[in-house]
Write a protein that binds this ligand. Structure first.
Ligand code: ACO
Length: 435
């Protein structure tokens, strides 16, 4: 916990009682008032639905400044990591706090490769799902089931066991994700291959079939690796907070991550790139792009352009600025002008950039707009978009879960409430009700 550097005094205007509350100042960002003594001193709780003004923990992993469009992992700007690093190196950085030396990276990569296979008995889990199961549904179940295969991971106070669980999960997620997809299509599972790097391996498990080898296109591999880097962590969002809260009861980490995946699945969290592509499909089919732009600007219409704007990034989304270039490179390569959906995407991007409504409100395509287009261009089906997000975010979740256990101030999460229900009343027998 950072040093207490100043205080604020809270006075109860009704009773005249007051309490001096410490203010914690972090490295950057908003200072936080420490309200832990508030209830004892004045008898109040704080009220903050959605936790929009609440720092639930202190963390040294990721820093975001939404106004300035800043995202940093362990202090390193996302722009530099996107240009110079790779996803697996970013995993090491998030998990251990420092960039690896060449030897450290080699050891880490070897460990990840060694853990990429699933226990053969886990194959049976996939077969238990309906043939048309959504791959996210399969993933929630299979990741939770890992806790049955690795009960040693429940030793959450043992650092070695925690890091082993992190290695296992980072390693197995591509296999689980690809097998979830293979199962939903009825194709045979493809096993990981150690001579390939992390991202190539995932692409091969997705697209290879027993009758034909798959050579990942280097541009696809680069684009996917970039998507994984950009989605690796985003501090205390809904799914990360879910992992921390679930894990705070000392639950097995695989069960906690399964809860995080469930949270990510919701359309308000991980589903934005899928929604952007569905919207582009609808616009393309209608053939009337301007109608949708007008609807987005109409105050009486609830329609919004999916993949535009961001709750946190109000000037620009730094991840979008990075990924836009790769998206355009990819679309040039596949000759997007002949693909109506991508043509719509580029035209919409262009219209919005020149329209005063969007300019005045700082509305620009966000990372989900471009990642949705890239994944579509790579031939990845819509149902896999959130699965790939979950794969990328696993290291962020595990880093936060591990950080929670290293923080002496961590305790089981237990929010309070403002009760607004009935006052005490006596039980009414059935025959006397409704009279
Ligand atoms: N299309 C059209 N108008 C928009 C859009 C949009 N996508 N987004 C915001 N606006 C308008 C609003 O109507 C509002 O206009 P007003 O000032 O005339 O009332 C103004 O821009 C400000 O919008 P807010 O609703 O205050 O912005 P907020 O921060 O609440 O919403 C959000 C952000 C939810 C992301 C919104 O931009 C949106 O719905 N975008 C589309 C969905 C999407 O792509 N989501 C992925 C983002 S991932 C994330 O945010 C975690």
């Amino acid at each position: 916990m950072p040093q207490k550097q100043r205080t604020v005094t809270l006075i109860d205007n009704e009773t005249g009682k007051q309490v001096e509350l410490p203010v914690h100042v972090g490295t950057h960002g908003h200072p936080a008032i420490d309200v832990r003594s508030l209830n004892k001193a004045l008898g109040y709780y704080t009220y903050d639905p959605g936790y929009m003004s609440t720092a639930s923990c202190s963390s040294a992993i990721t820093y975001i400044d939404g106004k300035k469009g800043i995202l940093r992992y362990r202090g390193y700007p996302i722009e530099q990591l996107a240009e110079k690093s790779n996803y697996l190196e970013v995993c090491y950085l998030l998990l251990y706090g420092e960039l690896p030396t060449p030897d450290e990276f080699e050891t880490f990569e070897k460990s990840i490769k060694e853990h990429s296979m699933l226990h053969e008995a886990m194959r049976g889990f996939f077969g238990g799902f309906r043939h048309d199961a959504h791959p996210m549904a399969t993933m929630v179940g299979v990741v939770g089931a890992l806790s049955a295969f690795y009960p040693d991971s429940s030793s959450v106070h043992n650092r070695e066991q925690r890091l082993l669980a992190a290695h296992r999960l980072i390693a197995k997620m591509p296999t689980i994700a690809a097998w979830s997809y293979k199962y939903s299509t009825g194709f045979r599972f493809i096993y990981p291959r150690n001579h390939l790097d992390y991202t190539e391996n995932f692409l091969r498990m997705m697209f290879a079939v027993p009758t034909e080898e798959y050579e990942p296109d280097p541009l696809f591999t680069k684009a996917l690796d970039l998507i994984l880097i950009l989605h690796a962590d985003h501090e205390q969002n809904a799914s990360t907070s879910t992992v921390r809260l679930t894990g705070s009861s000392e639950a097995n980490p695989f069960a906690a991550i399964s809860a995080g995946i469930a949270s990510l699945w919701g359309p308000a969290h991980g589903g934005a790139n899928e929604a952007a592509i569905r919207m582009l499909q609808e616009i393309t089919e209608s053939g009337d792009l301007q109608k949708y732009v007008d609807r987005a600007k109409d105050k009486n219409d609830r329609f919004r352009l999916m993949g535009f704007g961001h709750r946190i990034y109000k000037s620009y989304d730094p991840r979008a600025a990075i990924i836009r270039k790769t998206c355009h490179e990819l679309l040039d390569k596949i000759d997007s002008r002949n693909t109506p959906l991508f043509e719509t995407a580029l035209r919409l991007e262009d219209i919005v950039a020149k329209d005063d409504y969007f300019i005045e409100r700082n509305l620009y395509p966000n990372v989900d707009y471009y990642s949705g287009i890239i994944l579509s261009a790579m031939g990845i089906p819509l149902s896999m978009f959130t699965v790939i997000f979950a794969l990328a975010r696993t290291v962020g979740w595990m880093s936060h879960w591990n950080e929670m256990w290293e923080d002496p101030e961590s305790r089981i999460g237990r929010p309070r409430q403002l009760y607004i229900g009935e006052k005490k009343r006596d039980y009414v027998p059935p025959e006397e009700r409704g009279a």
